[in-house]
Ligand binder design. Structure first.
Ligand SMILES: C[S@@+](CC[C@H](N)C(=O)[O-])C[C@H]1O[C@@H](n2cnc3c(N)ncnc32)[C@H](O)[C@@H]1O
Length: 286
């Protein structure tokens, strides 16, 4: 897999990304492919929703390399989704994303929503085709915020009312653990909104010795909140920890997958197992 055009300069905006974005992309694209191909026969319509879509391409700070972002990776798979919904707060980024998709994937059924995903829930839900027993459909929602203050659990709660699986990046170490001193303050609502409850504070006081890091506790708490919505979650090992490969193996964030269906969960376990080795998403130009 790998269209060389997706890794070329095209004169449009290129947000910066860390080198670890490549590891994330290998895993998510593997999952998108597995999900879409396996669900093709079972479901008439498969919908991809990207709540933090960005610009479609990014530049890795340290190497200057251009890499395709999550929307292009989701479009590039063999058995494409039937509908794509992209949400992005930054107007320039979503404009660049649309131009890139128009040029690289001109025949796809894509909707673009410019705005804060937490304030656009109604528009997001109305962009999803309506399904019934005969015309059935399944959605995959990818959620990739930089920080916990960019996502409200209520957004997930609302979207989960349709038939949807989630693939979520939890910024457990790069944000939550690093900012424990700020988030722990009684008057800081960031994690109350991220977790959809303020009860975590009491649980942290009671259970902190069971977790060696605050970020790990919050990631586990987030997954338990998903379990409360009916999604399968067994324990911390359901998630995958992404580390910074160069700098002393520093942990950065967790990737977690949530389905109410055992098959979706099984695919995630397969993805975890089969994406531990790195490979390049773009072919070298000869
Ligand atoms: C980590 S980047 C996403 C990268 C992208 N998923 C990829 O893999 O190529 C986060 C993006 O979310 C956007 N963003 C931040 N807060 C947002 C919000 N509340 N709603 C929608 N977009 C948001 C940022 O402008 C940024 O482009």
């Amino acid at each position: 897999m790998g269209n060389p055009e997706m890794c070329k300069e095209d004169g449009l905006v290129l947000p910066e990304a860390g080198p670890w974005a490549k590891t994330k992309h290998i895993k998510i694209q593997y999952y998108f492919q597995l999900f879409s191909t396996s669900m093709k026969k079972k479901w008439k319509t498969r919908v991809y929703i990207d709540l933090f879509a960005s610009a479609g391409k990014a530049r890795i700070k340290s190497t200057n390399e251009i890499i395709p972002g999550s929307p292009l990776l989701a479009l590039e798979i063999k058995d494409q989704f039937d509908n794509y919904i992209f949400v992005e707060k930054d107007q320039e980024y979503i404009g660049a994303l649309k131009k890139r998709i128009d040029s690289l994937f001109p025949n796809q059924n894509c909707s673009y929503i410019n705005g804060d995903c937490n304030l656009q829930v109604k528009s997001i839900i109305s962009a999803i085709p309506s399904f019934d027993r005969i015309n059935n459909g399944l959605s995959l929602c990818f959620i990739d915020p930089y920080n916990s203050n960019q996502l409200n659990f209520n957004t997930i709660r609302e979207i989960s009312k349709i038939y949807v699986d989630f693939l979520i990046l939890i910024p457990s170490y790069m944000d939550i653990n690093r900012n424990e001193h700020a988030y722990i303050k009684e008057d800081n609502p960031t994690l109350d909104l991220f977790l959809g409850t303020d009860k975590w504070r009491e649980d942290w006081r009671k259970n902190r010795t069971n977790y060696n890091k605050f970020g790990l506790f919050i990631a586990d708490y987030f997954c338990i909140q998903m379990k409360n919505l009916g999604y399968i979650y067994n324990n911390l090992s359901d998630m995958e920890l992404i580390k910074m490969e160069v700098d002393q193996n520093l942990p950065l964030y967790h990737i977690a997958f949530f389905s109410r269906n055992k098959l979706g969960y099984k695919f995630w376990m397969e993805t975890k197992k089969n994406t531990t080795k790195q490979f390049d998403l773009c072919f070298d130009e000869e």
